[in-house]
Ligand binder design. Structure first.
Ligand code: AKG
Length: 286
């Protein structure tokens, strides 16, 4: 029997938040690298983030059109479709900085229990990889190719957790979603030399893209899973799980999401990019 033959991801790797014990998520992350929590986050808070994100993207488009973005902003934000609330002050309609709202959403309740259960209580946010993203028809960049987040963050070992939070309904169906190979971390290859082969060097994301031959070796016959994600859901992803944008040409809507990535503080390594900040799991703003 192959590793995945008894796993039905929609049944085994996805559950309504009220039915989930954090230990089940930790076990699923170990066994399959991913788990989808349904209806775990409050819609009103997500809508405030989306509203401010849409204004941010409108401003980004306008600055791009008038040629007033710095080359750095052009590449890091416009090119990749990313807003960086931890670097820029994006204040939401409740007058709170978007970064504070994003942090509060992931450090309370079930999500905090999952972080604690999977990483312990000394946890660090990887700010370079905590951001808002858009993907969709008409986007300038291309869908993100297969990769491992840990390799993007130049980790060679250790544990990274990504909470991928859709800000729209139907991500993976009408709008781009995220597709993942549900695979045991015990047998997952760490593709730390990704992107160094063949013609990948010239392309966007070439610093971490996993080429097709390495991908085949890494995932074997594990089928790709594209969960349909709605506002309120959270996809929990281990940093070594291999995933990519789920994009089909027939998709009609733009997708917005935000991503929060953390690791155990003891797993931080000096060569990892960007700033870091302790995530205080017990501290919740009003
Ligand atoms: O949002 C996407 O399309 C890709 C993002 C991604 O791969 C990630 O969160 O690591």
């Amino acid at each position: 029997m192959t590793e995945h033959s008894c796993i039905n991801p929609d049944r085994d790797l996805s559950a309504a938040a009220e039915d989930v014990d954090p230990r089940r998520v930790a076990a699923a992350l170990q066994r399959s690298g991913c788990f989808v929590l349904r209806r775990v986050l409050p819609i009103a808070a997500l809508e405030r983030i989306l509203e401010r994100a849409l204004e941010g993207y409108a401003a980004l488009e306008a600055s791009h059109a008038t040629g007033t973005l710095t080359p750095e902003m052009e590449r890091r934000c416009y090119g990749y479709g990313i807003l960086r609330p931890f670097e820029e002050d994006l204040v939401c309609s409740d007058l709170r900085p978007m970064r504070d709202s994003m942090q509060d959403l992931v450090r309370r309740g079930l999500l905090a229990d999952i972080v604690r259960g999977y990483l312990g209580s000394d946890v660090t946010l990887l700010l370079e990889a905590c951001h808002v993203r858009r993907q969709g028809p008409g986007q300038v960049g291309r869908p993100v190719p297969p990769h491992q987040d840990a390799s993007v963050m130049r980790m060679r070992s250790g544990r990274l957790l990504n909470f991928w939070v859709p800000l729209v309904h139907g991500a993976g169906r009408e709008a781009p979603g995220l597709a993942v190979y549900p695979k045991s971390l015990a047998t997952t290859i760490r593709c730390t030399n990704a992107g160094t082969r063949g013609g990948l060097q010239e392309r966007m994301y070439s610093n971490f893209e996993i080429d097709s031959e390495t991908l085949r070796q890494a995932v074997g016959d594990t089928p790709l899973w594209t969960p349909v994600l709605n506002m309120g859901d959270v996809l929990c992803l281990d940093g070594w799980s291999i995933h990519r944008t789920a994009f089909e040409t027939g998709m009609t809507r733009q997708r917005y999401d935000f991503e929060m990535r953390f690791c155990r503080t003891t797993d931080l390594q000096p060569h990892m990019p960007g700033e870091t900040r302790q995530l205080r799991l017990d501290e919740c703003a009003a």
